[in-house]
Each structure stands twice: as structure tokens, then as C-alpha cells.
Design a protein around this ligand. Structure first.
Ligand code: ADP
Ligand code: F6P
Length: 483
């Protein structure tokens, strides 16, 4: 029987060695949290990097590591410290990530990074070729592995290969600045189906293929040699039921079973019942617009000083890619901004911003989602943004206001949210005021539509639609499509 092989850099768990022992912590990020639900059906194998470099793995733990991953239905690709430096911190996160998020000035075009990216993509391709049977379906994920489809297709021309990009695909004008642009496109074109979160990313990709490779593109089909490659948009959903059930369980939890964080949030509500909690959750990443959000919050408090002591902003930032200089600078900038704003505006009774820099267990995420009156998410550019969807899913009584950046892929499907331009402070200040004063009936009416949509287009439907499109594609090819 054929199985699905999922391939991504990040596995659903990250292995760590501490005090000589091995531990597995859940990975953060849309790809890992979303695909985890798809993978939990138990019918797939997930190949990726364990989070440990060869240099960190003592021989004595080798078997234990394989077993630990096997327990999660995973298998590892071995990477050296040098690989991780050039491939992950280098080409993936110092070249492609900034470029595809329109931070052209942060993008570094280093030949060494590119060479290591090729070597490591080949390692992932070899792992697939070693472990996949001829009938298996290969599903490659994200910008770290854009050369893998071609590397596998060359060796296994009849295998069905799908690729999904979890980040934006930029406009042709941005993409064409990449020195290795043709190679990247050719790498992707080893796939039979290429998926994006939105129609815009899909159009940008097709335009680059047409203009840079001169290929024949008709609607969303690309003609290459004797193959037809399908390109389509599949907006990723969340595991709606998981978030919904967790919120219901959270509501029913007895007082003595509450987490410390929930108790603190409850105490806060009891001591200041009129204070609105505004929540933002992101990986600490410049694409998420955290620094601008802090400045916009200060602007709001200065424009509407009547809300001083009446609102509190909770910023939860999860550490991310801390070896990359831009992320280190951003961390410093945010620490300073939070310190300055709190220093200038705090009173004896009130600290405007609560700032947490850590990854939190799932239970605490639910505490925060369910306790916050407003979720304020302001990415400057974001492939999707699942946090927006998770917040809405946990609002069991349908109250709560989502303020969401137009620059997030999720904004295309969440029209009932208050959509903002993260660069427009005036608009954000007014929108915050609107959110704080929005009548409950309006909140509920907006969330009712949003929840229905999230429930219907959940992550399972997303994965099935992608897989069905890939299957349909192979069926048609059996009848030999050619132009
Ligand atoms: P990205 O993929 O760019 O990180 P998304 O919003 O799409 O952004 O996905 C982030 C995922 O990571 C969500 O599923 C969210 O629940 C999870 N997450 C974000 N911050 C934290 C945190 N501090 N602790 C635990 N999980 C987090
Ligand atoms: O969901 C988008 C995404 O970019 C994933 O590709 C990535 O795994 C995740 O965010 C988090 O980044 P990282 O894997 O570098 O921690």
C-alpha cells in the first residue's frame, strides 16, 4: 500500500540533549503545528532534521534518537554544524526568508550559503530516495527545500511529488534579484503540483516562471518537456476541533486545576474588571511587525489617553533563529522598546505591556487566547498567520475582536476581522478604539462567520484538497497528457 511521505526541515518535535539525556519538545511555527495534525492520522512518514547536529549526537544516543523519532512517525536527515550554518541560518533564513518577505535590504547573496543549500537539499532528496517506495506520494514542504522536487524527479520520474510553500512567493520584481533564481524555479518544477496559501503568491510564481524560464504557462498549468505541472492555491486551515475542544475543556476546568498563568490572568481580571487585554503572539521575527506594533500602541495611548490604565498589551514572542544577526538586533530593539514604553507610561497600578519571550505549552496558549478581549496581529508580511485563526477558534462564546494585518495570507479569508495596514498608526489607533468599544452583538456576529469558515476549511480539508489535486494530477497523467 502506498503511503505519504512528508518532508520538511522542521519535524513536529525538536530533540534536545541536556544532562546527558534526550528530550523532545514540540516545534513552533505554522508548518509544524499544522502538519502535526495531518500526520497524527498515523499513515504518513515524516522526514526532517531532528534539531541536533552530527557533532552534538554522541554515538551512545544514536539508537535512542532514532527510536524517539520513530515514536512520532519520523525519520531523521543527518546534518552537520556546517550544514545548519550555511543551509538553515544561511541561505534559508538570511537569503530566502527576507527576500520572500520583501525585506530586500536584509537578504544576503552569499555563494557559500547557496552551495551548502544545494548540498543539504541533496541530503534530503537522498533520504527520500532511500526510504520511499515507488508507489509512495512525496509531499515536500517550504522554502528550505525548494531544490528537492527536481532532485527526486530526476531519479524517480514516475513518483508523484507535491510541494507546498508556507511563506509568501514574492512578486517577480523582487524574486528576480536572486542570483540563483532560475535554479530555484527549476528545483520547484520537479513537482507535479505546487501549492501556495493565496492566489496572489500563485500568480507571482507563475509570472516568474514565464518571464525567467520562458516556459509556456496556461492558466495554472506549466508545460515543461513532456510534463504538465499544476499550480494552485490552498489556504492552510487549523485543527479547529483541537482548539475548540481545548477551549471548552478550559472553560469547564475547576478552580484548583487552573494553570498558574490562568490564575494570574483571573486575578488581573478581578482586580481590574474594566481593563481590556490585548494579545499578540508571534515568533520573534521582523516579518511579524512587533516593533511597529509597540510603537503603534504607544501612539494609541497618546492619541486616546483615556485608555491609559484601561488596556494592557500582552506580547508573547517565541525565540526564533537566534543565530541570525537580524534576529539578535530585533530582540534588542524589542527589549528596549518595551522597557522604554513601560518606563514612560506605567503608573503604580498599571504596566501597559506584559512581555514574555519564550515558547509556552499548548495549555497556556489556550489560557491566553480565551482570556484576551482582543487579538492584535500586525505582520508586515506573513504567508498565512495561523495564530489569527487559532484565536477565533477558541472563542467559545463568540466574543473577542481580531485585528489583523492585510499583509497576512489569512486576511484573505478573514474579512470579518478588523483589517489594518500595519504601517498606518492613525488607522491602528482608531481600530484599537473601535475594538475596545465594539458591542458584544457585533463581536459575535463577526466571529460566527469566521468560526463557520474555520470549521469547514480546517487543516484536514486543506491536506485532503492538496492530496486529491495531486492524485487527480497523476490519474490524468496516466492517460498521458501532452500538448
Ligand atoms: P509562523 O509559522 O510564521 O511562526 P503562524 O502564526 O502561522 O506563524 O504559526 C505559529 C504557530 O506557532 C501557531 O500554531 C502558534 O500556536 C504557535 N506558537 C506561536 N507562539 C508560540 C509560543 N510562544 N509558544 C508556543 N507556541 C507558539
Ligand atoms: O510556517 C512558516 C514557517 O516559516 C515554517 O516554514 C517554519 O518552519 C516556521 O515558520 C518556523 O521557522 P523555523 O523552522 O525556522 O523555526
Amino acid at each position: 500500500m502506498s503511503k505519504t511521505i512528508i518532508i520538511s526541515n522542521r519535524l513536529p518535535v525538536q530533540l534536545q540533549i541536556s544532562d546527558g539525556g534526550l528530550s523532545a519538545i514540540p516545534s513552533v511555527g505554522g508548518l509544524a503545528t499544522g502538519m502535526k495534525s495531518v500526520h497524527s492520522g498515523g499513515e504518513s512518514l515524516w522526514i526532517g532534521w531532528s534539531g541536533l547536529t552530527d557533532e552534538e549526537i554522541p554515538e551512545s544516543l544514536e539508537n535512542e534518537i532514532d527510536k524517539a523519532l520513530e515514536n512520532h512517525g519520523c525519520s531523521k536527515v543527518r546534518l552537520t554544524e556546517n550544514d545548519v550554518e550555511g543551509f538553515y541560518f544561511g541561505f534559508s533564513n538570511r537569503t530566502i526568508w527576507p527576500l520572500f518577505h520583501y525585506f530586500l535590504e536584509y537578504s544576503e547573496f552569499e555563494l557559500d550559503f547557496w552551495n551548502t543549500y544545494k548540498v543539504v537539499n541533496q541530503k534530503f532528496a537522498d533520504a527520500i530516495l532511500e526510504q520511499a517506495g515507488d508507489e509512495d506520494i512525496i509531499w515536500v514542504h517550504d522554502y528550505q527545500l525548494m531544490l528537492v522536487p527536481q532532485m527526486v524527479k530526476e531519479k524517480r520520474p514516475n513518483t508523484s511529488i507535491g510541494f507546498f510553500l508556507h511563506i509568501p512567493f514574492p512578486s517577480y520584481e523582487i524574486f528576480r534579484t536572486l542570483p540563483w533564481r532560475e535554479e530555484v524555479l527549476q528545483g520547484l518544477l520537479g513537482s507535479d503540483l505546487i501549492g501556495f496559501h493565496t492566489y496572489d503568491y500563485e500568480r507571482h510564481f507563475l509570472s516568474s516562471v514565464r518571464r525567467l524560464l520562458g516556459l509556456d504557462v496556461s492558466f495554472n498549468d506549466i508545460y515543461l518537456d513532456n510534463r504538465v505541472i499544476k499550480v494552485d492555491s490552498f489556504p492552510m486551515g487549523i485543527d479547529y476541533k483541537k482548539f475548540r475542544d481545548a477551549a471548552v475543556a478550559h472553560e469547564e476546568r475547576k478552580e484548583n486545576n487552573k494553570s498558574d498563568l490562568q490564575q494570574k490572568l483571573d486575578n488581573h481580571k478581578a482586580s481590574a474588571p474594566d481593563t481590556k487585554l490585548i494579545l499578540s503572539i508571534d515568533r520573534l521575527d521582523y516579518s511579524k511587525g512587533i516593533a511597529k506594533r509597540l510603537n503603534a500602541f504607544e501612539y494609541f495611548l497618546n492619541k486616546y489617553p483615556e485608555y491609559k490604565e484601561k488596556v494592557r498589551l500582552i506580547i508573547l514572542a517565541v525565540p526564533s533563529r537566534s543565530n541570525v544577526p537580524q534576529y539578535q538586533l530585533l530582540k534588542r530593539e524589542i527589549d528596549e522598546l518595551v522597557g522604554r514604553i513601560n518606563g514612560e507610561l506605567s503608573t503604580v497600578n498599571w504596566t501597559p505591556i506584559w512581555y514574555f519571550y519564550r515558547s509556552l505549552p499548548f495549555e497556556n496558549l489556550i489560557d491566553l487566547y480565551t482570556s484576551s478581549d482582543i487579538a492584535w496581529l500586525t505582520p508586515l508580511r506573513d504567508g498565512m498567520n495561523l495564530v489569527a485563526k487559532e484565536y477565533v477558534a477558541t472563542r467559545t462564546d463568540k466574543t473577542g475582536v481580531l485585528i489583523l494585518s492585510e499583509m497576512a495570507g489569512s486576511a484573505y479569508e478573514m474579512n470579518e476581522a478588523l483589517l489594518i495596514n500595519p504601517n498606518n498608526f492613525e488607522q491602528q489607533a482608531d481600530t484599537l478604539k473601535n475594538a475596545i468599544t465594539m458591542p458584544k452583538e457585533e463581536q459575535m456576529a463577526r466571529n460566527m462567520f469566521l468560526q463557520k469558515r474555520l470549521e469547514r476549511y480546517n487543516v484536514e480539508v486543506w491536506a485532503n484538497e492538496f492530496m486529491n489535486a495531486l492524485h487527480k494530477k497523476s490519474d490524468v497523467e496516466d492517460v498521458n497528457i501532452s500538448r
